[in-house]
Design a protein around this ligand. Structure first.
Ligand code: SAM
Length: 384
């Protein structure tokens, strides 16, 4: 059951987007639609006030599954910090604030707290929720945490961390034809949204040709996505990092697997109260909309931004490389029930059918050269 308040909110989001479509002459690109549905101030899914993450929200992420994830990320950060002179951490898109708390907690135990832990968060609502969460869990560390609503400008040394943020960047959707590709957009009739195709621009047609050449053997009408803003966004959020590392965690694939002929309807996925759907027009403003990450595109953008690829592996191998089993022992102490609970959580993070293989970890270094333990067990860089 969706409550009356939520339904009213959803109707406001629908009216807002419908007005934008009308003002634009009856058509918006899917990228613009997704941007509005997720981020329209005060209305979009991430900007509105509903609980989004965790058991009572719409979807679960690795930090929501277990503190073990943040503990392992912290160990990777600690290893990097030991090589840098001073290291700050910048987390992008911090959700509920759990990952920040788990990283800080583990670094405190190691005696390696960063002087500054910044959070770049687009959603004012989530910034507030993160502050409240950290205030409750780690009041004594709150003075180290700073919130940003735009990428930092002051140069810094340190580590940038982002879990499941790349998949939340709006994507363009296309339909492939050997002659001319189409851009899939959104139109509105009788208050309902529907797909509407237009001839793709020259730039989009060129990108489609390149992607088709990688994927190989697309049939006429093949539909998929790519993220046009990714290169500029990566350059912007990493621009102030003078030296250090960027760690991306997300679900996705190298390009050759992403654009396989059998994945002919793209990778859009929507989450509403832990139910999956492929309909981005349902539950407007109440459901998450995301797309899988093309990690080859991330690689191209990161190289362009001046980084060296230091590692690409599965989430399971990242966690194993940082000895998640020892973290379980440490967190459980002599409490065998707690150990069993943690073991269950670790399975969810690591099993191939759960988050272990679909989710990847990727590391980039700038003005720094060092091996990273999280990437030592399985090297998938050749697949990019
Ligand atoms: C899927 S949630 C992941 C939350 C958290 N990292 C986790 O793993 O639980 C995406 C997060 O990224 C934030 N976000 C999306 N686009 C962003 C952007 N361009 N800049 C900063 N934060 C962004 C959202 O508001 C949200 O906090």
């Amino acid at each position: 059951m969706i409550g009356a308040e939520a339904l009213e909110h959803s109707a406001r989001v629908r009216d807002h987007i419908a007005a934008k479509i009308h003002a634009a002459g009856g058509w918006l690109s899917f990228e613009q639609f997704m941007d509005l549905a997720l981020y329209a101030p005060g209305l979009g899914y991430y900007s509105g006030g509903a609980q989004k993450l965790g058991p009572s929200g719409d979807f679960t992420t690795a930090p929501e599954v277990s503190r073990l994830f943040g503990a392992c990320v912290a160990l990777q950060c600690a290893e990097i910090s030991r090589v840098l002179n001073t290291a700050s951490i910048l987390e992008i898109g911090a959700g509920s604030g759990r990952l920040a708390a788990d990283i800080l907690c583990r670094l405190e135990l190691l005696g390696q707290l960063p002087q500054r832990y910044s959070i770049l968060e687009i959603s004012a609502d989530l910034r507030e929720r993160q502050r409240e969460y950290l205030q409750k869990r780690l009041p004594h560390l709150l003075e180290r945490v700073h919130w940003l609503d735009r990428p930092p400008e002051q140069p810094f040394e340190g580590i940038i961390v982002a879990n499941e943020v790349l998949d939340a960047l709006p994507v363009a959707r296309f339909r492939w034809h050997a002659s001319t590709s189409e851009e899939m957009g959104v139109a509105c009739a009788d208050g309902r949204f529907h797909w509407a195709a237009r001839q793709a621009s020259g730039a989009m047609t060129q990108i489609c040709r390149e992607l088709a050449a990688t994927g190989g053997g697309w049939e006429d009408g093949y539909v998929s996505e790519y993220c046009p803003r990714l290169p500029a966004w990566i350059a912007a959020v990493t621009q102030a990092l003078r030296s250090g590392a960027v760690l991306w965690f997300d679900y996705g694939l190298p390009r050759a697997q992403y654009y396989l002929p059998e994945r002919h309807d793209g990778t859009l996925v929507c989450h509403f109260r832990h139910r999956l759907s492929e309909d981005p027009f349902a539950n407007l403003g109440l459901q998450d909309i995301s797309a899988w990450v093309d990690f080859t595109r991330v690689a191209e953008a990161s190289r362009e931004a001046g980084f060296d690829l230091a590692g690409f592996t599965t989430q399971a191998h990242f966690l194993a490389g940082l000895k998640i089993d020892q973290e379980m022992r440490l967190a459980a102490g002599n409490d065998e029930n707690r150990f069993a609970r943690l073991a269950n959580q670790a399975r969810q993070l690591m099993m191939p059918g759960e988050m272990g293989e679909r989710f990847k970890a990727m590391a980039w270094l700038r003005e720094l050269d060092m091996p990273l333990s999280g990437f030592a067990l399985l090297d998938l860089r050749h697949s990019l």
